[in-house]
Design a protein around this ligand. Structure first.
Ligand SMILES: Cc1ncc(C[n+]2csc(CCOP(=O)(O)OP(=O)(O)O)c2C)c(N)n1
Ligand SMILES: [Mg+2]
Length: 623
């Protein structure tokens, strides 16, 4: 049944296929994607939408001589299948295929950074250097309508329009959605082009004319362009890209292989920068995805392939607690406004939007803009709550620092998926935020350890109108609430040893491991206290004072060891602090729990850390 797919080892194997065979191949690819991603989880909807587009790209362009760059990279599964990678059984698992392009996997892959809106800049850079070296070949960036809302994409478009002599093709894969429908003026512009009857008519007319003329290359392009321009003057809307000085081809039915190939051929032979606007359908060919109103199966866990229903019911997670609590806070405080960068449901702002539709703002995939806009809203009286995945805060660091913190704006940043996330690979781990936050003057940071502290600390954050606050919690299911042995100005003691001479300072979800570690240590004759500081940055003087009363201190955080909370504590105490965190290395994909264990951040690792800290301190005493 997969006979055609089995025959494709390299993209050039596509050349000899007939139109009918290509249609069956597309079917086989869809069937394979559904069957395999159902078993592993992954970005199913986006990939089902780009089957024909990917086939056409690999027929028209000669990868890797021509360079194809996937923006974000979550839609590269079909590209993987056509470039010799057909074992999806371990997708996103240790040792298996990455969920994104990966240079280690294939010479056909270039960009493995899964942060959106970078592909046009990458393509621009590659093509500039190729020109300087006198190397032939086209460079293609494939960017979604969602990623096109990111500022970097527009910086790159502006720049590439300057040169007219580089074969640079930007394919806008327009499915009208990010997770949800893409918002904003640019999205409206694309929608206007998409629904323009006149444009479709003009395109069909131009195409027929050209076919009859049989003209190749730039001349054909100019002829088509001229025809379209002529019609446009009378009938159709302005095309923004053309106004910027970029040639524009489209809109094109992205599931019509012939139309896509034809236009890509034109774009390739033009020899300058071209936008190819392709209309696709997210989740195409899989009814449960096509009918899913929330996100067309943008990303799924394990599902039953026949129904699309999840194999395991979703457990109540951190996001759900935030989602509930922010609604209650907003009920009480009319100044609370949620901001999302195109991820309203994933970050838990959907219930707030349902309750108060005008109090959640989707700014597009634009984290930098989100932070600065929040500063503006705070200036005008709001208490904005910017909810992001932790990894995406990285690109908004300057805005957090100079727009939010310098102005002491009462903005609360809520980071989901903080710490090790695992299966999305190195670029998705939210392991930089604490070290970044530690550099920001006046930013108060809390790391909740369970549902109860998440609620309480979110309340405290939103109640603080004196300056910025940040909360961070991990991906996944919520652990049970931990009992508090004793509260103090330095934080919550979660375990008290008898006259302990070891203090375990455990951040957020690592507190559970620390309590287990303290119990185990007790059975080994070592008494330790476990303290959760709750508000971890700036490091409280009370915490420093308490820490100084122990013989040794071990700190544990699910974030960078360098420049994070533990290292800040160590800088301030007189007693030695053994800092445990994530080493300054990109972490290969894997399961969160396994990675934490490998890094010594689980209970066994913390037992070992305490023992080695004690050993070190007794050695230094004996010297
Ligand atoms: C900087 C950044 N912010 C947020 C995300 C999370 N994210 C991944 S895919 C996606 C939507 C992408 O939409 P689009 O580019 O249109 O691609 P599609 O999935 O529709 O093909 C978002 C918001 C990201 N990858 N990078
Ligand atoms: Mg899209």
């Amino acid at each position: 049944m997969r006979s055609l797919l089995d025959r494709i080892q390299t993209p050039r194997d596509l050349d000899s296929l007939t139109a009918a065979e290509l249609v069956s191949l597309a079917e086989q690819i869809r069937a394979y994607l559904i069957e395999s991603v159902a078993k592993t989880g992954g970005h199913l909807g986006p990939n089902l939408g780009v089957v024909e587009l990917t086939l056409a790209l690999h027929r028209v362009f000669d990868s890797p001589r021509d360079t194809i760059i996937w923006d974000t990279g979550h839609q590269a599964y079909v590209h993987k299948l056509l470039t010799g990678r057909k074992d999806f059984t371990q997708l996103r698992q240790p040792g298996g295929l990455s969920g994104y392009p990966s240079r280690a996997e294939s010479a056909h892959d270039v960009v493995e950074n899964s942060h959106a809106s970078t592909a046009i800049s990458w393509a621009d850079g590659v093509s500039r250097e190729r020109r300087r070296r006198g190397q032939a070949g086209s460079v293609v960036a494939v960017i979604g309508d969602g990623a096109l809302t990111g500022g970097m994409a527009w910086e790159a478009l502006n720049d590439m329009a300057e040169d007219q002599d580089r074969s640079l093709v930007v394919v806008v894969n327009d499915n009208g959605r990010s997770y949800e429908p893409t918002v904003g003026g640019m999205a409206r512009h694309l929608a206007g082009l998409r629904t323009s009857e006149h444009y479709e008519r003009s395109l069909a007319w131009g195409k027929r004319k050209l076919l009859s003329l049989g003209e190749p290359g730039r001349a054909a392009f100019e002829a088509l362009h001229g025809l379209k321009a002529g019609i446009k003057d009378v009938l159709a809307p302005q095309v923004l890209f053309e106004e910027l000085g970029l040639k524009y081809l489209g809109p094109i039915d992205g599931h019509d292989l012939i139309a896509v190939e034809y236009n890509l051929e034109l774009a390739k032979s033009f020899g300058g920068p071209v936008i190819v606007h392709v209309i696709t359908e997210k989740g195409r060919g899989y009814v449960p995805a096509e009918e899913d109103v929330s996100d067309r199966f943008h990303a799924v866990g394990k599902i039953h392939p026949e129904t699309g229903l999840p194999v395991a019911p979703q457990r109540f997670g951190w996001t759900a607690v935030f989602a509930q609590e922010i609604v209650q806070l907003a009920e009480r405080n009319p100044d609370v406004v949620g901001i999302t960068a195109a991820m309203k449901a994933p970050v838990g702002l959907q219930p707030l939007a349902n309750r108060f539709p005008d109090r959640v703002v989707d700014v597009g995939i634009a984290e930098q803009h989100a932070l600065t806009s929040a500063a503006g809203m705070a200036f005008a009286g709001a208490h904005p709550v910017v909810a992001l995945y932790a990894t995406f805060l990285n690109r908004a660091f300057d805005q957090l620092l100079m727009d939010v913190a310098l102005h002491r704006a009462p903005v609360t940043v809520v980071l989901d998926r903080a710490g090790i996330t695992g299966d999305d690979g190195p670029s998705h781990n939210g392991m930089w935020d604490l070290s970044l936050a530690a550099m920001v003057p006046g930013l108060r940071v809390a790391v909740p350890r369970d549902g109860a502290t998440l609620r309480a600390e979110l309340d405290e954050a939103v109640g603080d109108s004196s300056g910025p606050t940040l909360l961070r919690y991990p991906k996944g299911a919520l652990p049970p609430d931990l009992a508090v042995a004793e509260t103090s100005a330095a934080g919550d003691y979660l375990y008290r040893g008898r006259e302990a001479d070891v203090l375990l300072v455990a951040l957020g979800p690592l507190a559970h491991y620390a309590v287990e570690a303290a119990q185990e240590l007790k059975s080994r004759g070592i008494e330790a206290d476990v303290l959760d500081p709750r508000w971890v940055l700036p490091v409280a003087p009370e915490l420093v004072e308490v820490a100084n009363s122990y013989r040794v201190v071990v700190s544990a955080e699910d974030g960078l060891e360098v420049g994070g909370v533990g290292s800040e504590l160590a800088r301030q105490t007189q007693v030695p602090v053994l800092v445990r965190g994530v080493p300054r290395e990109f972490q290969a994909q894997g399961k969160r729990e396994e990675i934490l264990a490998r890094l010594g951040l689980d209970s066994a690792g913390l037992v070992e850390a305490v023992e080695s800290a004690l050993l070190r301190s007794s050695i230094s005493r004996n010297i």
